[in-house]
Design a protein around this ligand. Structure first.
Ligand code: NAD
Length: 384
């Protein structure tokens, strides 16, 4: 069968991660990149030998030879790019958060169904092997009924007032910053592992640094590039947020996130307490799953192709003891997506094991509810 031809839009931080990982998917040929910053797109194409460079998303989407669009542009153009790509008959793998709000994400789910587009959203943290293992054990009944859960997602790249990102600008990021940027990943982990739905939230969003000095020429996300000139700006979006959460079975949880927590880099933690046992996972030690018991010794389970449950062994691809990392988690997601797409193209049955636009919409509904709760100071039911 002919290769699946991919075009990628947005060659910034995560766009380059996608491009590196796409090279590991044998069925794929990366045909084109597009970025409004032509220099960046040109650099990515030269580095990875990509033949076509487009100055805009529209130009790339108009290329009839492209089968799949990877959308790695900032949040404010997710809806537009995803919708245009679907209407042009493409399959779409989009970055998170799926859109600026849940109205947009609901429209994208409907559009994908109408055009029979296979979609995915890059909630990559669920693809660490032991996170998949935890979810499989929950499905098997090991956890029992989930009773409570808690955790955090902390970073420090917005610690100084000279740190700035489009993520702080509501025009580009949407109605929220950190609760959408990091909270969407954490809520995806909770819903994926427990198999439950978040139904109600009570949230407080806060801006630790309400004034920042914005570089006059914008560096890319997470760049260490030195900047010479700044302008003072008022920051309207959150760099800290806390939420109380309720699941559809009545389980209670809480979550805190912050991008100004000095020393915390990508510090994700999730603890889940069930009626039979407990799980804890930390991205600081991503290869281990803690399993807690009341009546016998606790366990530390390490990722292992030999020891994981049968349907998650493929995610621990290396011989036991060789740690998998962030790139491997993204690879695991892409591989599930492209396996399904290969089957779809061949007219064979396939399973959507990966987060798709419906998943992305679910997370947008939680974010919208959190923004609403912060405004009203009340519990808010999560829409659908
Ligand atoms: N899944 C993850 O773990 C993860 C990690 C980082 C970022 N992201 C998401 O990826 C997206 C991009 O984030 P980033 O950190 O790579 O940002 P970035 O600023 O580093 O890169 C964005 C790129 O998009 C380009 N761009 C902007 N508008 C465009 C347009 N209309 N058409 C084409 N290109 C355009 C910019 O020039 C830039 O090169 C965001 O939505 C973010 O939430 C996800």
């Amino acid at each position: 069968m002919s290769p699946i031809r991919v075009g990628l839009i947005g060659t910034g931080y995560i766009g380059m991660v996608h491009l590196e990982i796409l090279r590991r998917i044998v069925e794929v040929e990366i045909l084109a990149v597009a970025d409004t910053n032509r220099e960046l797109a040109g650099r990515a194409a030269a580095k990875l030998g990509i033949p076509r460079i487009y100055p805009s998303a529209d130009d790339l989407i108009a290329d009839r030879e492209i089968d799949v669009v990877h959308n790695c542009a900032p949040n404010n153009v997710h809806f537009d790019i995803n919708a245009k790509a679907i209407r042009a008959g493409k399959q779409v793998l989009s970055e998170k958060p799926l859109s600026l709000d849940s109205k947009e994400s609901a429209a994208l789910v409907a559009l994908a169904a109408e055009h029979d587009a296979l979609t995915a959203v890059n909630f990559c943290y669920r693809y660490y092997p032991v996170v998949q293992e935890a979810a499989a054990r929950v499905r098997r009944g090991d956890l029992g009924e989930v009773r409570a859960f808690m955790g955090h997602f902390l970073q420090d790249w917005l610690f100084y007032d000279t740190d700035y990102s489009w993520r702080l600008d509501p025009e580009v990021a949407g109605g929220a910053n950190v609760i959408a940027d990091l909270g969407s990943h954490w809520c995806d982990l909770v819903q994926f592992i427990t198999g439950r739905t978040i139904t109600e939230v009570m949230a407080e969003l806060h801006t630790c640094l309400p004034r920042r000095r914005k570089p006059k020429s914008g560096p890319l996300s997470f760049s260490s590039q030195k900047v010479a000139e700044y302008e003072d700006v008022e920051v309207k979006l959150d760099d800290y947020a806390s939420m109380f959460l309720r699941l559809d079975n009545g389980a209670r949880g809480n979550f805190t996130t912050c991008q100004a927590a000095a020393g915390r880099k990508v510090d994700i933690e999730l603890q889940i307490f069930g009626s039979k046992e407990s799980y804890a996972w930390s991205h600081v030690h991503p290869n281990a799953l803690w399993i807690g018991h009341r009546d016998r010794g606790n366990e530390m389970f390490y990722e292992s192709a030999a020891l994981q449950t049968a349907d998650t062994q493929k995610y621990a691809a290396l011989p036991t003891g060789h740690p998998m990392g962030y790139h491997d988690a993204v690879f695991n997601l892409f591989r599930d997506y492209y396996e399904a797409l290969g089957a779809k193209r061949a007219g064979k049955p396939y399973q959507v094991r990966f987060p798709d636009f419906a998943t992305g919409h679910t997370e947008m509904c939680v974010i919208d509810a959190a923004v609403e709760s912060n405004k009203t100071g009340r519990w808010v039911k999560v829409g659908r």
